[in-house]
Design a protein around this ligand. Structure first.
Ligand code: HGY
Ligand code: MN
Ligand code: MN
Length: 413
C-alpha cells in the first residue's frame, strides 16, 4: 500500500495561518460563530478544498460540505468533520484541528492521486461552541434532526441578534435542506480538552463516547436600591445568584469524581458599584457520563434554586435550554481507529469525552467516532490552549489511517 503519510509541516502551517483569523494578543482565537471572522475562515476553507477539486455544498444552517469523489459513486461518502468557530477566549486547536487535519488528509490523497473507494466529505459544522447562540452543536444538531431550522433561526445572542440574520449577513445561508447531504460515517479528530492523555503520556485517545450534558438559564429579579439600603430591606438578585453558583458547585462535588457543574455566564443589572443589583441572568452547565446521575443532579438543582430565590424574596424564571444525553460511538468506527493507531504505532487509551462535540449528535444518524490528542494541562476554552506539532501530526495521521481502514472494510467493491 502506498506510503500515505500526512505532511505535518503543512498541517501546522495551516493551523497557524487560520489562527490569525481572530487571533488575540494572548495567542488565542476569538472567532465567534456567524461573525465576519467566521465568514473569513469559511471563505479560506472553501478556497482550500476547491483547490483540491472538491465540490462545496452549504446547507440552510451554514454547515459546509466539501465532496471528494471516490471510485464508487454508488456508495455514500465517509465524512471527516469538526468546527471552525471558537469561544471568546478560544485556543488555536479546539475544533480547528479536526477540520484542518481532514483538509490535510485530502491534500495528502490529492498529492498522491490516491482514489478511495467511497467518496470523502470534509465538514465544517456551524456553531459548535454555543457561546454566541445557545445551545451548542446547533448546526450538527439540525443535521441530525435534534433541532429544526426554525428553532436554529430563532436563537438570539445576548445583544438580541437572531441566528438567521447573522447567518444571512455573512452570506452562508445555503440552499441544501438541513440533513440532505448524505454520508455513511463520520470521524472527528479533536484535542482532549482534559488532562488524562497528557498525565498518562498517551498520544492518542480512542474515544468510545461523550458524557451527558444539560444547560439551564435563570433570571432572578429583586429590586435595585441604594447601597445604603439596610440589609434587612434588600431584595438582592446578585446574592441569590452567588448562592446558586455555590450550590451548583456543591451538587457537582456531591456526585464526584465524574460530575461537573459550571456557571460561566452571568449578567448583573444595573451593574453599578453603589446599587444593590435588581436583576441577574445566569447560565448553568451540568455534566455526567451517566444520564441517571445527571437526572439526580438536575432534581437537586431544581429543588435548590427556588428555595434560594424564596429566602431572598426574588422572582425566579428557570429555563432548560439544552439536553444532550450520553453517547456511545460506533464499534466498527472505533475498530477502524484502533487499526489506524496500530498502523501508526502510537500509544493509546480508551476515553470518554467530557466536552460536547458535533460527533455526539451525528452519532444519532450515522456510525460515528472520535480521536483525541493531548493538550497541555488539559487546558481548553483558554487562549493558552496548546497542542504540539507532533501531537497534531499524530492525530492527523491516525485520522487518515482510520478513514482508509473504514473505506477498505466497508466500501471496497
Ligand atoms: O461545551 C462543550 O463541551 C463544547 O466545547 N461546545
Ligand atoms: Mn470543540
Ligand atoms: Mn469548544
Amino acid at each position: 500500500m502506498q506510503n500515505l503519510t500526512i505532511d505535518a509541516q503543512r498541517l501546522w502551517d495551516s493551523l497557524m495561518e487560520t489562527a490569525q483569523i481572530g487571533g488575540t494578543a494572548k495567542g488565542g482565537i476569538c472567532r465567534l460563530t456567524l461573525t465576519d471572522l467566521d465568514r473569513e475562515v469559511r471563505d479560506w476553507f472553501r478556497a482550500q478544498v476547491e483547490a483540491l477539486g472538491c465540490q462545496v455544498t452549504v446547507d440552510e444552517v451554514g454547515n459546509m460540505f466539501a465532496y471528494r469523489p471516490g471510485r464508487r459513486s454508488d456508495v455514500v461518502p465517509i465524512a471527516i468533520g469538526s468546527h471552525l468557530d471558537t469561544q471568546p477566549t478560544g485556543g488555536k486547536f479546539d475544533g480547528v484541528l479536526g477540520v484542518l487535519a481532514g483538509l490535510e488528509a485530502l491534500r495528502t490523497l490529492h498529492d498522491l492521486g490516491y482514489e478511495t473507494n467511497a467518496p470523502l466529505l470534509l465538514v465544517n459544522w456551524t456553531n459548535e461552541e454555543g457561546s454566541r447562540f445557545a445551545p451548542a452543536m446547533l448546526g450538527s444538531g439540525v443535521y441530525a434532526g435534534v433541532f429544526d431550522r426554525a428553532y436554529a433561526d430563532s436563537r438570539e445572542d445576548r445583544q438580541g441578534v437572531r441566528f438567521a440574520d447573522a447567518l444571512e449577513a455573512i452570506g452562508y445561508r445555503g440552499d441544501a435542506p438541513a440533513g440532505s447531504v448524505p454520508f455513511g460515517a463520520m470521524f472527528e479528530l479533536h484535542i482532549e480538552q482534559g488532562p488524562i492523555l497528557e498525565a498518562e503520556e498517551k498520544m492518542i485517545g480512542i474515544v468510545t463516547g461523550v458524557q451527558g450534558m444539560r444547560w439551564y438559564e435563570i433570571e432572578l429579579t429583586g429590586s435595585e436600591s441604594h447601597a445604603s439600603t439596610p440589609m434587612n430591606l434588600r431584595r438582592n438578585a446578585l446574592l441569590g445568584a452567588a448562592r446558586i453558583v455555590e450550590r451548583v458547585d456543591a451538587i457537582a462535588k456531591r456526585h464526584a469524581p465524574a460530575a461537573v457543574g459550571t456557571v460561566g455566564l452571568m449578567e448583573v443589572s444595573p451593574n453599578s458599584r453603589n446599587v444593590v443589583p435588581g436583576h441577574v441572568f445566569l447560565a448553568v452547565d451540568l455534566r455526567h457520563p451517566d444520564d441517571s446521575v445527571l437526572e439526580r443532579m438536575e432534581r437537586e438543582f431544581h429543588e435548590a434554586v427556588p428555595a434560594i430565590a424564596g429566602e431572598i424574596g426574588l422572582e425566579l424564571v428557570t429555563r432548560k435550554v439544552w439536553d444532550s444525553p450520553a453517547v456511545r460511538f460506533d464499534p466498527e468506527c472505533i475498530a477502524s481507529v484502533r487499526a489506524g493507531v496500530a498502523r501508526a504505532g502510537f500509544s493509546t487509551r480508551d476515553i470518554v469525552s467530557g466536552a460536547g462535540h458535533d460527533a455526539a449528535y451525528i452519532a444519532r444518524v450515522v456510525p460515528t467516532t472520535m480521536i483525541f490528542v493531548p493538550c497541555a494541562g488539559g487546558l481548553s476554552h483558554n487562549e493558552a490552549e496548546s497542542t504540539t506539532f507532533d501531537e497534531c501530526a499524530a492525530g492527523a495521521q491516525v485520522l487518515l489511517n482510520a478513514v482508509l481502514e473504514y473505506d477498505r472494510r466497508f466500501a471496497a467493491p
